[in-house]
Write a protein that binds this ligand. Sequence first.
Ligand SMILES: Nc1ncnc2c1ncn2[C@@H]1O[C@H](COP(=O)(O)OP(=O)(O)O)[C@@H](O)[C@H]1O
Ligand SMILES: [Mg+2]
Length: 138
Amino acid sequence: MKKSYTLTLNELDTLAEDIIRNFPSGVVILRGDLAAGKTTLVKHIAKKLGVTEDVTSPTFSLQQCYGEKLFHYDIYNHGLEHFLSLGMLEELEKEGLHFIEWGDDTLKELLLLAGMEVMEITIKKTDANTREYTLCTH
Ligand SMILES: Nc1ncnc2c1ncn2[C@@H]1O[C@H](COP(=O)(O)OP(=O)(O)O)[C@@H](O)[C@H]1O
Ligand SMILES: [Mg+2]
């Protein structure tokens, strides 16, 4: 499955609902440059799931958990090998939605080999007020 949407900030709740409904559990790899809107999408998911904690870029922490069913990771500062060496693959198998900022093809292939549900969302800045979201499930 592959679909694309161009959305403003106000339209992100609809995408968040769509993701929660169609992909309630598994790993979502978030791709896109700095300031593309990766963390913002997780914020909207958190809001829809009723999470009250503040959602921020997990730049320094390896994993942030919001409630029992939402997990947030950032590979950029750690590197994939470090991330895996700390046992994160096991964390990703927990029931719930796992959002990974800066995941790449190597991670995707690894997760698919491990039999996990994987969605890839690529975010591109289209102009100051919109972003293009391309969703791809494997
Ligand atoms: N769909 C969107 N439309 C317009 N602006 C957006 C959208 N999504 C995010 N932004 C804005 O882009 C900026 C960077 O977002 P952020 O989520 O922090 O990026 P990233 O985590 O990819 O570095 C923020 O100011 C945010 O409000
Ligand atoms: Mg971020």
